[in-house]
Ligand binder design. Structure first.
Ligand SMILES: NC(=O)c1ccc[n+]([C@@H]2O[C@H](COP(=O)([O-])OP(=O)(O)OC[C@H]3O[C@@H](n4cnc5c(N)ncnc54)[C@H](O)[C@@H]3O)[C@@H](O)[C@H]2O)c1
Length: 446
């Protein structure tokens, strides 16, 4: 696929003329004449999106955007014909429109000249190719965590997205939840004193998301699925149902196990509370229990990774260890704070009372974190205002780096020294090779 020439889309036109912020920055003052007859946002003022990958996460990502009447999804892409046709019907019903187009090839969908943005909900092996293609087409992006399957792929995404000045939101939606933000503000405002150590508790084992754990024999792929393209840049392997949809996470050919599936959630929050959105550890070592490399589900089931940052802060990332509680716990000289989905705990009962308030009191809340109106709404607002989202691409990159380096440390059995500014492994050629991976022809990451 050759690089398409820059397009003059509706969004690019608005961007160039500066009209985007004038028309969209404050939705409540859009003049009545710009609204449709039913009081809803007129079609010409809607953000037009296409969606790549349906499966488990695609419907949620699409519905959450379509819940806002200034957004319309007009195209959907999936490698399974039955899935994409069902998805197009669902989207039309949800949008209350007709004509959502179903695509087999994301490149064809992204070449449309009426799209403003894309939603990418594809397996990790596909993150880099789909995101860089979207960037070539000047499309703003909702992308999923972890940013990519390897650090080199992540770097390529950051370069492409930042180089084209695109708006990016990562599916690290915990940042939009009040308990996570307030927990981070408590840490950043010094309630626990100088931070010494952080515990990041992730799941261990494997989850049978697709209910296919017993489908372990080699069979022909279903006729509706383009299995060759589904494997994409990864190594071609026989079709075995239990390692395809949803359960691809448990095989390193496509995914990264529980560690990489969750690093973009709880380590993302750990970094946010430390103010480390643009840095990474300097030393990482780890130990894990790995099934045999040729096992169908071969990702690490139990792991413990110890990292050190230049500031002296240390971090334990663990999965399957009972002494490390799920979520994020910052431990300081004067106390600790712990957050998880729907959970908050701390060393001082008074801080629990603070959490119940709308916001921390002003005399404490000197450092104020970005408060989003909802993760998907935040992307739509930023597409209009051209301001950074709550979880921009470089943040997603840094949030996932400790997981990638932890995996490399476990695979090599050695301590990894990392230069967070140059983003290179120091003095270890073998480990450095694991920062990237070979691409299967004809796929190439540019
Ligand atoms: N943010 C969150 O909380 C959250 C939750 C679940 C999943 N995710 C992320 O969403 C992504 C997708 O995960 P999932 O569980 O939905 O996977 P899934 O296997 O359920 O679905 C992926 C879909 O993408 C399709 N697909 C694969 N390659 C494609 C390509 N090149 N072009 C078009 N379609 C393609 C597949 O056919 C499948 O229908 C992953 O990155 C995952 O980490 C995020």
């Amino acid at each position: 696929m050759t690089n398409p020439a820059p397009k003059t889309t509706r969004r690019n036109f608005l961007k160039k003329t500066g009209a985007a912020s004038a028309v969209f920055a404050v939705p409540t003052i859009i003049p009545a004449s710009a609204l449709g007859g039913d009081g809803k946002t007129a079609p010409s003022n809607r953000i037009v999106m296409g969606s790549v990958g349906w499966g488990m996460q695609g419907p949620w990502n699409c519905n959450q955007h379509m819940n806002y009447d200034d957004c319309q999804v007009v195209a959907v892409c999936d490698l399974d014909k039955n899935v994409r046709e069902g998805a197009a019907r669902h989207i039309d019903e949800y949008n209350k429109t007709k004509g959502c187009q179903a695509y087999h090839d994301y490149r064809e969908m992204m070449a449309r000249d009426d799209l403003d943005a894309v939603i990418l909900s594809v397996p990790d092996t596909w993150h880099a190719l789909t995101a860089t293609e979207a960037a070539k087409n000047k499309l703003d992006i909702w992308g999923e965590k972890p940013l990519a399957r390897t650090i080199a792929e992540q770097q390529a995404i950051v370069k492409a997205v930042e180089g084209a000045n695109l708006i990016w939101q990562t599916g690290s939606w915990q940042r939009s939840q009040p308990n996570f933000r307030k927990g981070c503000e408590m840490v950043l405002n010094g309630l626990i004193g100088k931070v010494k150590h952080v515990e990041v508790g992730l799941p261990g084992g494997h989850n049978d998301f697709a209910g296919t754990k017993d489908k372990r024999e080699i069979t022909d792929p279903p006729e509706s699925l383009d299995y060759d393209m589904w494997i994409g840049p990864s190594k071609m392997e026989p079709y075995i149902e239990c390692r395809i949809h949803k359960n691809w996470r448990w095989n390193y050919n496509i995914g990264g196990g529980q560690l990489l599936d969750w690093i973009g959630h709880h380590c993302d929050i750990a970094h946010w509370g430390l103010g480390y959105d643009n840095t990474g550890p300097i030393e990482v070592e780890g130990q894990g229990d790995f099934p045999a490399p040729d096992a169908i589900w071969n990702t690490c089931t139990k792991y413990r990774i110890e990292s050190k940052y230049a500031s002296g802060v240390t971090m334990t990332i663990a999965g399957g260890h009972r002494d490390i509680r799920s979520g994020t716990k910052w431990i300081g000289e004067d106390g600790w704070v712990w957050v998880d989905r729907g959970g908050f705990d701390c060393s001082n009962p008074e801080w629990k009372e603070l959490l119940k308030k709308e916001e921390l009191p002003d005399d404490i809340r000197k450092v104020q974190l970005y408060k989003s109106p909802g993760h998907h709404r935040n992307l739509l607002d930023c597409i209009k205002s051209r301001k950074p989202t709550l979880a921009p691409v470089a943040t997603a990159h840094h949030s996932a780096i400790p997981g990638h380096l932890g995996l490399i440390a476990m695979m090599t059995g050695r301590k990894i020294k990392w230069d967070p500014d140059k983003e290179v492994i120091i003095g270890d050629d073998e480990a450095s090779k694991l920062l990237t991976r070979e691409y299967r022809d004809p796929w190439k990451l540019s």
